[in-house]
Write a protein that binds this ligand. Structure first.
Ligand SMILES: [Cu+2]
Length: 189
């Protein structure tokens, strides 16, 4: 099937495609002028997604997909403090792009501590709470998060994964709580 009948069409296509290719190039820093765009909308205009700590020393939405440049906000509705530390599971090295701390809250009606992060480059980002989990060596230099001995709450490790992607099928699988800033009826003891 002939799509383009005239050679001039290619010139037009190239002229349109080249600027878009620059805007969508992976690795663009969130702080640079070349913000990633999604469907013609600047990524920093996208609504944030939320990851909650609402008791039991756990990240409620432990696996979450976001679009490049879309803000991710960690919301601590728990009584205790938590850290959010990114790491490379292949080496155990910490990531500078995810490194924060959120203080606890006595309960409903009090100030809630949050940590905001923006990841512009598509990829899989691993993080854990350094207070309530440990990175355990599994093979060669690789690590996996593990439950820190003596920590109460769920038996699993306080850790999670953020998938930065434009794949709509993945983005649709997010739990509904990720669209709500603070959850009602959280653990306050
Ligand atoms: Cu923690």
């Amino acid at each position: 099937m002939r799509v383009f009948s005239r050679p001039a069409s290619w010139v037009v296509i190239l002229a349109l495609a080249l600027p878009a290719a620059f805007l969508l190039a992976p690795g663009a820093c969130a702080k640079s002028k070349s913000q990633p765009t999604v469907a013609g909308r600047p990524a920093n205009m996208l609504p944030p997604v939320y990851i909650h700590m609402n008791g039991f020393n756990d990240f409620l939405e432990s696996v979450l997909a976001v679009q490049p440049g879309q803000p991710v906000i960690f919301v601590n509705q728990d009584t205790g403090a938590h850290t959010i530390q990114g790491y490379d599971p292949r080496t155990g090295q910490p990531l500078n792009s995810i490194s924060g701390m959120v203080m606890g809250t006595p309960g409903p009606g009090h100030k809630i501590s949050t940590y905001r992060v923006i990841l512009a480059k598509p990829g899989i980002y691993y993080y854990y709470c350094t207070i309530h989990a440990v990175l355990q060596k599994v093979y060669h230099h690789m690590v996996q998060p593990a439950h820190r001995p003596g920590v109460h709450g769920f038996g699993g490790a306080m850790a999670g994964v953020i998938i930065v992607t434009k794949e709509k099928a993945l983005l649709r699988e997010n739990p509904p709580t990720c669209h709500v800033r603070t959850l009602k009826g959280y653990f306050g003891g």
